[in-house]
Design a protein around this ligand. Structure first.
Ligand SMILES: Nc1nc2c(c(=O)[nH]1)N[C@H]1C(S)=C(S)[C@@H](COP(=O)(O)OP(=O)(O)OC[C@H]3O[C@@H](n4cnc5c(=O)[nH]c(N)nc54)[C@H](O)[C@@H]3O)O[C@H]1N2
Ligand SMILES: Nc1nc2c(c(=O)[nH]1)N[C@H]1C(S)=C(S)[C@@H](COP(=O)(O)OP(=O)(O)OC[C@H]3O[C@@H](n4cnc5c(=O)[nH]c(N)nc54)[C@H](O)[C@@H]3O)O[C@H]1N2
Ligand code: SF4
Ligand SMILES: [Mo]
Length: 734
């Protein structure tokens, strides 16, 4: 049926998909969306938008999106009522714990949770009600090294210094591609435009990446770096700082400890050695350091490529140190701490989520806990290895670990061995197909939105509330409602416990996320409980559909530090150990079979693993390709568009190649989040453009041993022509 336009219905909201927090203008009727455009008046994003936001309507309308709880039976999936589904889930989880102990139930929390204030505000109750040590999340395939550094340096894993890109003179971008990603731990809509402004004011952007990325293309300089060589570049740079007496802590000198001991530790690495190991010439390391240190203001920034790699833990830390040693922490144009309307870091501290490291070890591989979680790279081991503490049941919440964690095939097999699995998710996908019960929450346009998590990492202070666009169906539940329903069914059954439980249930479900948000806004820096005052409150936000600007980032240290003594200690045991191990490590020559290093690549029309069911995003030629340097292609007799076999220590797959000198010699790149052709999923569009999963090649045993952060970049692989393979195989059969 042709849609008729009903002009006048315009809804403003913040896109919930990534950290750029773009303001959207959605033209709609009661049931249909006519258009999704940038909200030019949005005070934070100022008219920026990307193709993914337009696809929000496809998620909303997707016939494959689950709208009722599903239960797996021998004959296939059947729909069940919410009460029945929730009761059964609670019963099965309790049974697993009664039989095998509290740790028998594991949880895995995925990326979209970071964008849901309802989940962020209420998840603590479910975690505590389950009370298991076996907790996993996306942090250990994402930003764990940054979060650990923030814990150790600044006292809180949620207290991130963010690049003040609009006032800087120099931006050093290491292993991030914000032109495509929108910035991460750096909410930066319209990044390319902001780089142009930086260059117009005489500043520079330097990109360090094994691929000439979309961000590198607009940079003043791009340096190819050997995968995982960043730690050497950074050690080289800090050494040059010391040698050339360019250390200048500025105001931070009064609250930073450990500069001298740090100098001692790093001086054992010569700049020559650093150059050799990173693949960046000594002259380039020196020039970069001098330019960085002599810029009026400068930022060193790193993301996914800098931390999901074998030296990720040290790299994440050294990036912050480079800022501190050059006086760029907590000053305009450097890295600064946002002052959000609701302070996530303070909330985290209050509820016991400020960090904590190595307080326990994982059972099978002895990997350290961080912030109460074990590395996702060992989840399959904990399911498969018998003994006390073995995982028997699993709850996944907004996560697709089969496609997003290393050696996804191993996890895929392990999930089949569970006694029980429940997924809170609205897609029947590669992971949730293993569940016994799926509890689907409302879709992205059916609930209000407040960027509680993302305001905390934004490049400017602002606040905005978006109401729901569409009423959720009568038979649907929000994530937070599902979480609370499950929590109350799992909470302590003693008399005292029951009373507390009833009280909690009453308070929380009465207030809901909005009631709680209102209290937190009023209690926050910009809020007030005076009903006649002008302080920020939910009511005030509701009257400001384009958001409220709260100004540029402001200096906040040392007062806001979460460390016990309000000081920053540069050196910590884990980093000292890392430096010792690094000194002993000689870079292994890539010899024998697996002689290329594979890295990742995010695409503008892709959002991790879960938006490929939008025809609008996946149409056209496949973007799931392997990038290879012309020399490496020629050596293997491979040409543009050929199908090749890529193998690693754990698996092998076939993929088409793009031959290009935008990728460094010796390195290949493919995107993650593809591989949608698994039996039993229900993704009718994605299945036709399935692609292959990069994480069928990444190795779950390959982690940075300091923290267990997964190695998703710098994975040794072999690439050969699939055609020659076929001939070889048929030759063998002859
Ligand atoms: N379009 C789109 N946007 C997204 C997402 C998405 O899937 N699609 N995902 C969102 C999420 S969850 C996140 S966390 C952010 C991530 O945001 P970014 O980190 O900005 O995004 P990536 O594309 O992963 O960038 C990593 C870069 O590191 C490079 N790299 C790989 N290995 C190394 C190395 O050893 N050293 C160095 N120096 N560089 C290396 C890669 O070539 C790549 O360019 O993006 C968010 N935004
Ligand atoms: N090789 C490689 N692997 C990577 C990366 C890489 O760069 N390279 N990047 C890593 C990074 S940075 C990240 S963040 C992870 C992502 O890893 P995950 O979080 O495990 O995976 P996503 O693809 O984000 O899947 C999100 C899931 O949540 C569901 N979902 C979406 N919205 C909602 C909602 O509102 N409520 C609920 N309950 N469910 C929802 C989707 O259907 C999907 O199943 O992948 C990591 N894996
Ligand atoms: S850049 Fe991020 S926030 Fe902005 S429209 Fe795209 S997905 Fe949404
Ligand atoms: Mo991420």
């Amino acid at each position: 049926m042709k849609k008729t336009r009903n002009a006048g219905n315009v809804h403003y909201r913040t896109c919930c998909l990534c950290e750029a927090m773009c303001g959207l203008e959605i033209e709609h009727s009661q049931t249909d969306i006519f258009s999704i455009k940038p909200d030019k008046e949005d005070l934070f994003s100022k008219g920026h938008i990307c193709p993914k936001a337009v696809a929000l309507q496809d998620i909303h309308n997707d016939p494959d999106r689950l709208r009722e709880p599903l239960r797996k039976t021998a004959e296939g999936w059947e729909t069940v009522s919410w009460e029945q589904a929730l009761d059964e889930v609670a019963e099965k989880l309790k049974a697993a714990q009664e039989k095998s102990g509290a740790d028998a139930v594991a949880t895995y929390m995925g990326n979209p949770n970071a964008h849901h204030y309802g989940t962020l505000l209420f998840i603590d109750r479910l975690i505590k009600a389950i009370g298991s040590k076996n907790r996993f999340s996306v942090a250990s395939v994402d930003h764990l090294p940054h979060a650990l550094a923030c814990t150790l340096l600044f006292g809180n894993q949620l207290f991130f210094p963010v690049p003040d890109i609009d006032r800087t003179d120099f931006l050093l971008c290491i292993g991030a591609n914000p032109v495509v990603s929108g910035g991460s731990l750096m909410g930066a809509p319209g990044f390319a435009k902001r780089v142009k402004q930086l260059q117009e004011r005489g500043g520079e952007l330097v990109v360090v990446d094994p691929r000439r990325t979309e961000t590198a293309l607009i940079a003043n300089e791009h340096l190819f770096i050997r995968p995982a060589g960043d730690v050497w570049l950074l050690l080289g740079m800090t050494n040059v700082l010391f040698e050339k007496e360019l250390i200048n802590l500025g105001r931070a000198a009064s609250y930073v400890d450990g500069v001298e001991p740090f100098k001692q530790k790093v001086s054992q690495f010569s700049v020559d050695q650093c150059s050799e190991q990173s693949g960046i010439s000594k002259a380039n390391i020196e020039s970069l350091t001098v330019r960085f240190a002599s810029s009026k203001t400068a930022i060193a920034y790193g993301r996914v490529g800098s931390c999901t790699q074998v030296n990720g833990t040290l790299t994440g830390w050294l990036i912050y140190l480079l800022n501190i040693l050059t006086g760029n922490l907590d000053r305009a144009g450097g890295i600064m701490f946002p002052e959000p309307a609701v302070d996530l870091a303070k909330l985290g501290k209050l509820s016991g989520y400020a960090g904590g490291f190595d307080r326990s070890r994982s059972r099978v591989r002895d990997l350290p806990e961080f912030a109460g979680e074990f590395p996702a790279a060992t989840m399959a081991d904990e399911i498969e290895t018998k003994g006390d503490g073995q995982i028997k049941a699993l709850l996944t919440l907004a996560g697709n670990p089969v496609l997003s964690t290393p050696n996804g095939r191993k996890l895929d097999r392990a999930l089949e061995k569970l006694d029980f699995m429940v997924s809170i998710d609205f897609y029947l996908n590669e992971t949730t197909r293993h569940a016994d019960i799926i509890l689907p929450p409302t879709g992205p346009l059916e609930h209000p939105h407040y960027s509680l998590g993302v305001h905390a990492v934004a490049t400017r202070n602002s606040t905005k509330y978006s109401p729901a666009l569409f009423e959720p169906g009568a038979n649907s539940r929000h994530d937070w409602q599902i979480i609370l329903e499950l929590a109350s069914r799992l909470e302590d059954g003693s008399v005292g416990g029951q009373l507390k439980n009833k009280f909690n249930k009453f308070i929380f479900s009465k207030l809901g996320p909005d009631g709680l948000l209102n209290i937190l806004l009023r209690a926050g820096t910009y809020g007030s409980f005076n009903p006649f005052g002008s302080g920020i409150s939910l009511d005030r936000l509701k009257k400001a559909p384009h958001g409220i600007d709260l100004g540029p980032l402001k200096p906040a240290l040392p007062d806001k530090l979460f460390t016990d003594n309000r000081r920053i200690q540069l050196l910590h045991a884990v980093y000292e150990k890392g430096l010792e191990q690094l000194e002993q490590s000689v870079q292994e020559e890539l010899n024998g079979e697996f002689n290329l290093l594979m890295i990742g690549r995010r695409g503008a029309r892709s959002n991790n693993s879960w938006m490929h069911n939008s025809q609008r995003l996946v149409k056209g030629k496949s973007r799931c390709t392997l990038l290879i340097h012309p020399d490496n292609a020629a050596q293997r007799g491979i040409e543009e568009g050929d199908l090749v076999t890529v193998s690693s220590h754990v698996g092998s797959l076939q993929i088409k190649v793009e031959v290009s000198d935008s990728i460094m010699k010796g390195v290949v790149s493919m995107p993650h989040g593809w591989g949608h052709n698994r039996e039993g999923s229900r993704l009718s569009v994605a299945e036709k453009k399935a692609g292959v999963s990069m994480n069928d090649l990444t190795d779950e045993q390959l982690v940075d041993p300091l923290t267990g952060i997964a190695v998703l970049n710098g994975v040794p692989v072999k690439v050969e022509s699939a055609a020659s393979n076929v001939i070889l195989e048929s030759n063998n059969q002859d």
